[in-house]
Design a protein around this ligand. Structure first.
Ligand code: PMV
Length: 319
């Protein structure tokens, strides 16, 4: 029996999370930590999902819910697009820490869409893969901007703005590393996004200028990346962290991690993703990454060092 496989990278948002939900630009990079999915046909019209971490579940019309449901939704989008009536077995494996701001659910959805499309003989562009995966992201956290599936599908570094075609940023990341430190605090992206939107509604005159700052900040970061000026990128990441604190998504643990990274010599450090817990990212020169990682490991639940991955989603067939 034919089997299709796909893999997709996790992501780190360098600048612009939360602001991106309201239409500001943001910059995200794909990183070298991936989710892998296989898809094969089975009898009937149900979708069976297996995960190393989350067990197994069976889905079909009227059968939904649970942590594996978004995987089914991603596969269902592709089955509907193909017009076929089939049963599927989907197997998921991910090295991306879940609920930590590294886009694990989006990477799984993107790999699921790509593997299912490959199995059914549908040729999709990276933008189409991201678009279909977005349906699963809506199940996970309600009002996603779409940045996570877009960067996971394209790879590399992307300037993303809702409704616009994503722009690839030409930058050479060879001399830098991203050190990621996990606060160990689980949080819900959906709840944090709603909280920020409520605060914006309550104090529009105060928060709207921050959204204008975030727009210029993303544009200046793109320029600095293209010029290889990572010192300026770090400085802009620090300012971005201040804007996120003003939105109310930081806490004592995240501040501790952010300052531990800066004191150990990071070029810049900030919350990455929704905040409230999850991870902070520190941008470091390659030769400083170990020192920053060691300093963070004294105060973080887990520390990872990642490189930017040029490779977005990939897929193939095995027999
Ligand atoms: O789910 P996370 O932590 O990777 O956060 C995604 C980034 C947000 O801007 C907070 C939400 C979104 O959909 O863009």
């Amino acid at each position: 029996m034919k089997k299709a496989y796909a893999s997709a990278p996790g992501k780190v948002i360098l600048v612009g999370e939360h602001f991106v939900v309201e239409g500001c630009p943001a910059i995200a990079v794909a990183v070298d930590v991936r989710a892998r999915v296989t898809a094969e046909r089975i009898e009937g019209e149900h979708v069976r999902v297996y995960s190393r971490e989350l067990g197994e579940a069976v889905f079909g019309p009227g059968v939904g819910g649970g942590p594996l449901y978004p995987v089914y939704v991603a596969a269902r989008e592709v089955i509907q697009r193909s017009g076929e009536r089939i049963g599927l077995k989907i197997t998921v494996e991910s090295d991306i820490p879940p609920s930590a701001g590294m886009g694990s659910s989006a990477a799984v959805a993107v790999a699921t869409v790509a593997a299912t499309a490959k199995l059914l003989g549908l040729a999709l562009t990276p933008d189409e893969v991201a678009q279909l995966a977005l349906a699963a992201e809506v199940v996970v956290h309600g009002k996603p901007s779409g940045i996570d599936p877009t960067v996971s599908s394209h790879g590399s570094a992307i300037l993303f703005r809702k409704g616009d075609k994503p722009k690839r940023i030409n930058a050479d990341f060879e001399q830098v590393r991203l050190v990621l430190a996990d606060s160990g605090i689980q949080r819900s992206t959906g709840k944090l996004v709603s909280k920020v939107l409520e605060t914006k509604k309550k104090f529009p005159g105060i928060l709207e200028p921050l959204y204008r700052s975030a727009t210029e900040l993303a544009e200046r970061t793109k320029e600095a990346l293209e010029n290889g000026d990572f010192a300026t990128v770090g400085e802009l990441m620090n300012i971005n962290h201040g804007l996120l604190s003003a939105l109310g998504v930081s806490n004592a643990k995240l501040e501790e991690l952010v300052y531990a990274a800066r004191e150990a010599g990071a070029l810049g450090s900030k919350i990455t993703g929704a905040g409230g817990g999850g991870m902070v990212v520190a941008l470091c020169w390659r030769e400083d990454a170990d020192r920053v990682a060691r300093a963070l490991s004294k105060v973080a639940a887990r520390v990872m060092t990642a490189s930017v991955s040029e490779e977005g989603v990939t897929c193939g067939l095995e027999s």
